[in-house]
Every structure is written in structure tokens, then in C-alpha cells.
Design a protein around this ligand. Sequence first.
Ligand SMILES: NC(=O)c1ccc[n+]([C@@H]2O[C@H](COP(=O)([O-])OP(=O)(O)OC[C@H]3O[C@@H](n4cnc5c(N)ncnc54)[C@H](OP(=O)(O)O)[C@@H]3O)[C@@H](O)[C@H]2O)c1
Length: 264
Amino acid sequence: MSKRQSKRTSHGYQSSEDEVEQFLDEVFTFPKDNDPRVRVTLTFAQSLDSKIAGANGKQLTLSCKESMHMTHMMRARHDTILVGIGTALNDNPQLNIRLLTPKDGETAPVPVILDTDLRFSLDSKLAINFRSGKGERPILVTKKKVKGSEEPEWDARKRALEEAGLLVIEVPLEHGRLSIKRLLLELQDMGVKSLMVEGGASVISSFIGSGLVDRLVVTVCPTLVGDEGVAYNVGTVPSLEYMRSQSVGRDTVMAWRGWRLGFR
Ligand SMILES: NC(=O)c1ccc[n+]([C@@H]2O[C@H](COP(=O)([O-])OP(=O)(O)OC[C@H]3O[C@@H](n4cnc5c(N)ncnc54)[C@H](OP(=O)(O)O)[C@@H]3O)[C@@H](O)[C@H]2O)c1
């Protein structure tokens, strides 16, 4: 059987790695242009009842091993990967590509954490991996302080993070949250071409209707979590165009194209 053919398994037809690669090639093909904007992919795994975590934010392994592998393939296609501080503290993720045997020139994306008050822990896996040379240098995104405001604890945390070698960048708040538009412009100025946003619930809610997402890739897993689980909010229905779906192991991965609104 060729690598291209699907394989029959106990839970249906399983896509080969080549088919998943082809799916990703199609989803991540962009028209050739000189657009300097950071391409944004919003991606997450959800249960059949649209939950991304269990009761009280308990981290759940929703994705099957094949779609987890696909997530690492997607990570390898992006320069940077973003989570909120909620996920960084709750899940202690590594955000790397450890499930892949990296091809020539393939590297893990640089982690970016939305962290208004610099609550990030230097004992986290992201910080430890960086210190031991096994991970990329995390970028912490924090608030731009209001002129003249005194916040000695925030200053001390910023100093400690910088002394540990992490990059701290400041963006203004917008409606009490870090401005995503301003963050994208900062990343663009740093030469970043692509950003993969992996969650959690608040971050998904912020991005989904923002008009700033180029691709939405959702892995739907055949599991029910129940009403106690963590969900995201869609808010105003976003401007998205369905692209295609792919079975990956027992999961179904769906992709949409987003139309950028109100940027610049
Ligand atoms: N299924 C999946 O694919 C998946 C993926 C990732 C996470 N998760 C789950 O998601 C849950 C965590 O979700 P969460 O909502 O608690 O945390 P989160 O979305 O990871 O982080 C939210 C925090 O980020 C900070 N933030 C700063 N600017 C923001 C902005 N513009 N928009 C949104 N957030 C901003 C805020 O904290 P500050 O005010 O302190 O800055 C906010 O409370 C966990 O249970 C985790 O397991 C699931």
C-alpha cells in the first residue's frame, strides 16, 4: 500500500501522514503578495459539545495521537506560537515540535505568552527548556505602563524575567486586555511572518471575532465533556469561509479562511 492511501482501522479510515501534509499544504497556501502582515492561524481542539477543557479548567487530552502529531506539523510551519497566561500556568505546555523528526531547517516556533501582569513562572517547562538550550526564547507580552504609574512589583518581575534571558515586550491595553493588533504590529517589526494561536478559552474568544485571523483550524474530537467543561465565546459571528475538512485518526479537522478586517 502506498503512503498516500488511507488505512482502515477499528475507528474508521485513518489518513496517512502524506494526506495530512497535503491537507496542510492546501490550507496554508497563500496568494503570492508583498503583504508584510503576520499571518495568523487560530487553532484548537474541542469536544463534540464545543468544550476545550474539563471542569475548573482541567486539561484534557481531547486530540487523538494522529491529530496531536498534525498539530506539531502545523507548529513547524509557523515562526511563533501564542497562548494566554491562563494556559501557560494551568497546562505548563512546551509548545515545541517534539513529536516530529524535524526536516532540514525545520525549527520549533518561538513561544509568545499574553501576560499583562507578568505572572509567568521561571519554573515552567517553557523557561526550563529555554535555560537548558532545548527550547526557543519565550516572548512575554505585557502591558505598556501608564506614564508616571508606580508598580514596583511589576518592575521587579520584569527585571527578573529579563535577567533570565526572556524577551519582554510591551503593548497598550485595549478594553482592559493586551491589544492584539498592536502585538501583531510589534511582531511584524521583529520580522515575524506567521503566528499560530493555540488557546486557551479567553484567547480563542479574543481572536475568533477579531477580524485578524487568516486561518481557523479546529480539531473536533468524538468526545462529550458536559456542561462543566470550559468553552470559548464566539461573540459576533466572524467573517470566515469554509475551506475543507480532513479525517485525522478518529478526529475531524476543519479549516476556514478568515478575511482580515480593520487592520491598520
Ligand atoms: N483544547 C485546546 O486546544 C486548548 C488549548 C489551550 C488551552 N486550553 C485550555 O484553556 C484553558 C485556559 O483558558 P483561559 O481562558 O483560562 O486562559 P488563556 O486564554 O490561556 O489566557 C487568558 C489570559 O490571557 C491574558 N490576556 C491578555 N491579553 C489578552 C487578550 N487580548 N485576550 C485574551 N486573554 C488575554 C489574561 O490574563 P492577564 O490579565 O493576567 O494577562 C487572560 O486572563 C485551560 O483549561 C486549558 O487546558 C485548551
